[in-house]
Design a protein around this ligand. Structure first.
Ligand code: ATP
Length: 262
C-alpha cells in the first residue's frame, strides 16, 4: 500500500488512518434544508457508496468536501487538514471527479497530466502518465486539446489526472456515466486498485449495481439526513425483511418506495 499520509499522525479507527472526517455538516439554500447534521468518517482504502434519491443532498455534500461550496455549518477535515481553515492543504490531499469534467481547452491531454503532477508535487510523472494513458485507452489522444475530447474521453482524462496526483481522497460523482462498456470495465478495476493502493474513495451514483459491486461501505441519504451507514451486510441486518436482498431492495426500505408524500 502506497503511503499517502501527510507527515503527521492521523486518527486511527481499527488501526487504519481516518482520511475524511465530516462532523455535524449542514447546508441550507435560503429556507430549504439541503443537508442536516451529517457526520461520518472514511478510512484509507475504503470505497464509500453515497446513495440517495434525487435531492437527497449528495451533490451538496460532495461539492462541499471538494471545496467548491464553503463549509458554513459543521467541520470537515481531509487528511487531517481543516477544510475551512487550511483549505489549500485540504484540497491538495484530494481530487474531485464530477459527472461531466471540463478540461482546459488550451492544454493537451499530456499537458493536463504534467500540470496536475506539478500541482500535486509528483516528480515521476512522465512514465506514469504513459502508463495511465494506456490503461485508460487515451494514448492516441495524448496531443489532443481538452476541447477536442468526447464526454467519455474527458471522464477518462479526469481519472488519469486523479490517479497521477496520488491523492489521499478521491470524490466521484457518477463517474462512469459517459464511458463505453470497455471504459466502464477498466474504470471499475482501476477504482478498486486505487483503494487497494491506500486512497479513500467516495463514489456517488444512482447505479446501485455499481455501488453494490465496488463499495465497501454505504452511506444512504434521504432529504438531507443520513438514514443508513454501514456495510451491505449490516444494512441487511437492519432491514431483516431484506436479509438476502440487493442494495436496490435495501435502498427502498431505507428511503421509502416513493408512495409516501415528502
Ligand atoms: P440528485 O440525485 O438529483 O443529483 P442530490 O442528492 O445530489 O440530487 P443536491 O443536488 O445536493 O441533491 O440537492 C439537495 C437539495 O438542495 C435539493 O432539494 C435541491 O433542490 C437543493 N439545492 C441544490 N442546489 C441548490 C441551489 N444552488 N439553490 C437552491 N437549492 C439548491
Amino acid at each position: 500500500m502506497t503511503d499517502r499520509r501527510p507527515g503527521f499522525i492521523l486518527p486511527l479507527v481499527d488501526n487504519v488512518p481516518v482520511i475524511l472526517s465530516v462532523d455535524a455538516f449542514g447546508r441550507s439554500y435560503e429556507s430549504h434544508r439541503a443537508v442536516d447534521g451529517l457526520s461520518f468518517q472514511l478510512r484509507a482504502g475504503e470505497i464509500l457508496g453515497l446513495v440517495g434519491p434525487n435531492g437527497a443532498g449528495k451533490t451538496t455534500t460532495l461539492r462541499t468536501i471538494a471545496g467548491v461550496l464553503p463549509v458554513k455549518e459543521g467541520r470537515i477535515t481531509v487528511a487531517g487538514h481543516d477544510l475551512a481553515r487550511q483549505e489549500e492543504s485540504a484540497k491538495r490531499a484530494m481530487r474531485w471527479i464530477p459527472d461531466d469534467p471540463q478540461p482546459f481547452d488550451a492544454l493537451t491531454v499530456l499537458e493536463h497530466l504534467e500540470f496536475t503532477a506539478a500541482l500535486y508535487g509528483q516528480r515521476d510523472w512522465r512514465s506514469r502518465a504513459d502508463e495511465l494513458l494506456a490503461r485508460f485507452e487515451l494514448s492516441e489522444k495524448r496531443d489532443a486539446f481538452g476541447g477536442e475530447l468526447s464526454r467519455g474521453m474527458r471522464q477518462k482524462l479526469a481519472f488519469c489526472c486523479a490517479w497521477i496526483a496520488r491523492p489521499a481522497l478521491v470524490l466521484m460523482d457518477e463517474p462512469l456515466s459517459g464511458l463505453d462498456p470497455r471504459g466502464i470495465r477498466s474504470a471499475k478495476h482501476e477504482i478498486e486498485a486505487l483503494a487497494r493502493d491506500g486512497a479513500a474513495v467516495i463514489l456517488s451514483s444512482h447505479l446501485l449495481v455499481l455501488i453494490e459491486e465496488l463499495a465497501t461501505r454505504l452511506l444512504i441519504l434521504d432529504r438531507g439526513r443520513k438514514v443508513f451507514e454501514g456495510t451491505l451486510d449490516e444494512a441487511r441486518a437492519r432491514f431483516p425483511e431484506h436479509s438476502r436482498g440487493s442494495l436496490e431492495e435495501i435502498f427502498f426500505a431505507a428511503t421509502g418506495d416513493g408512495s409516501k408524500a415528502p
